[in-house]
Design a protein around this ligand. Structure first.
Ligand code: G6P
Length: 469
């Protein structure tokens, strides 16, 4: 069994003395894979992402990373030429494919499919070819290969050409755009991308909505029967309740709760202030700025909440090589500062914004949450929507975008919003803060049950079973 993804389960930092420090990553894929343990027959192929990783590849024996760094897993990290990787990752995967799948292009000046784009596309192809070759080398006769995400959309077809004996699966962790939007890609690129995934025996998605959009794109771009040879599947990744609850009750999380309570402060009459919590990468699709504007409107429309509520917003840096992400990060800060200046008082900071990634502090905020705000423009699933109800101490209300994949599973007990509608989101925040305690607890319980229906280990094994059968 092989897994392939751009970001692997471990990353390396190199210090001033030249020593390497390994750090295990989190996320559904890592915990899903740990379900199969350190199976000697499985290999995870990933890309070296920074200088530390590249140094680790140079020192790696036969391409495999030291077992001590990977928890025993066999991990082969690919030392792809940094310029090729940067073009594939920044310029194609994150600037074109991510934008198409999340429908993020918004000015008449974008996108630009010119000669430079074609050069970047050639790098994207080369990067996918490097993965296909490494997988072809590592795979035993008839092995199952699970290829992950939009970074590696061409790899299934390229691998199929090298190794027709393999069982190949592809999984998309993003949404998929409907044909009218998808077709803003040049026709040959659109066809190559779809044909790349159709090189797999099975193409899987997080929700039926994204699976249907993919099938519709294949029909429109490639013709009515083009997808006939590939099975389409849906596996809605859920939260890992055991891990989250265990981790959320460790000492470092309790310390962070104390610190966070101090930042939130007591309400006017000595009662605890309500908290509206959001935790995201600072990601354009997460819609953080409109979330802040909705909170501002709540304070305008319902002055009775002033001094009694705090918006705890964690926006962790992401993809900072891209100018548009840096600008977005600055805008998040600006709007948060503006709200604090306009409404804040001596004893009340309306928005508590943190931008330094800290998992223990995220869990502390989850535990304290009265309301979780998850309002993405578009999102493959959104695990925060699933994690907060599982972890919150008192049970929380969930304000959820109908454009998040999680909506399909959580829509009934969430307070659902159109993510573009700031007034509607302000109303939803008011409704969430006003939910009677008992109803909130009931809803939160049902949300947590739905959120954990398919934990990462089963999500992973289901895909593997479906591919093998
Ligand atoms: C999304 C993608 C993942 C990606 C993650 C973090 O969830 O589907 O493939 O790893 O974002 O983004 P990054 O660019 O930091 O890997």
């Amino acid at each position: 069994m092989l897994v392939a993804s751009n970001r692997g389960p471990v990353s390396y930092q190199i210090d001033e003395e030249g020593s390497l420090h390994a750090r295990r990553g989190g996320g559904g894929l890592v915990s899903g894979l740990s379900a199969i343990g350190s199976d000697a027959d499985s290999v995870w192929v990933c890309a070296a992402l920074g200088d530390g990783d590249r140094e680790a590849v140079r020192r790696a024996d036969g391409g495999l990373l030291p077992a001590a760094d990977t928890g025993g897993q066999r991990v082969r990290m690919l030392g792809i030429d940094p310029a090729v990787h940067a073009a594939a990752y920044n310029d194609i995967a994150n600037s074109v494919l991510w934008f198409v799948h999340h429908m993020l292009y918004q000015t008449p000046m974008e996108p630009v499919f010119d000669a430079e784009f074609r050069r970047h596309w050639a790098s994207y192809r080369a990067y996918n070819q490097a993965f296909a070759e490494a997988l072809a080398e590592e795979a035993a006769e008839g092995a199952a290969v699970l290829i992950q995400d939009y970074h590696l959309a061409l790899a299934p077809r390229l691998l199929r050409e090298l190794r027709p004996d393999l069982r190949i699966g592809h999984f998309s962790h993003t949404p998929w755009a409907p044909p009218d939007y998808f077709r803003l890609l040049p026709d040959d690129i659109a066809a190559e991308l779809l044909g790349g995934i159709l090189g797999a025996d099975r193409a899987a998605f997080l929700t039926q909505r994204w699976a249907d959009a993919f099938t519709a794109c294949c029909q429109v771009v490639l013709g009515p029967d083009a997808a006939a040879g590939t099975r389409i599947g849906v596996h809605g990744l859920g939260a890992d309740a055991d891990f989250l609850r265990g981790r959320a009750h460790q000492d470092d999380v309790a310390e962070r709760m104390t610190a966070l309570r101090a930042e939130i402060g007591p309400g006017p009459d000595g009662t605890a202030r309500r908290t509206i919590v959001r935790v995201d990468r600072t990601e354009l699709s997460k819609n953080i700025v409109r979330g802040l504007l909705a909170y501002r409107q709540l304070l305008d429309d319902h002055p009775e909440w002033r001094e009694k509520v705090v918006h705890v917003a964690f926006a962790y840096p992401s993809r900072q090589d891209l100018a548009v992400y840096r600008e977005y990060t600055a805008e998040v800060r600006r709007v948060a500062d503006d709200i604090n200046e306009r409404y804040g008082t001596a004893g009340w900071t309306p928005v508590v914004l943190h931008v330094k990634d800290d998992f223990a502090r995220s869990l502390a905020a989850y535990r304290l949450a009265d309301v979780a705000l998850v309002n993405p423009i578009r999102d493959g699933m959104n695990l925060v929507a699933k994690e907060v109800p599982v972890v919150s101490d008192e049970g929380c209300a969930l304000v959820l975008s109908r454009e998040a994949g999680a909506y399909e599973e959580l829509g009934e007990d969430a307070i659902v919003v159109n993510p573009y509608d700031i007034g509607g989101t302000a109303d939803a925040l008011h409704a969430a803060l006003s939910l009677p305690v008992a109803e909130r607890a009931e809803r939160s319980k049902r949300l947590a049950a739905a959120a954990t229906a398919l934990p990462p280990a089963r999500w992973f094994l289901d895909q593997l079973d479906a591919l093998r059968n």
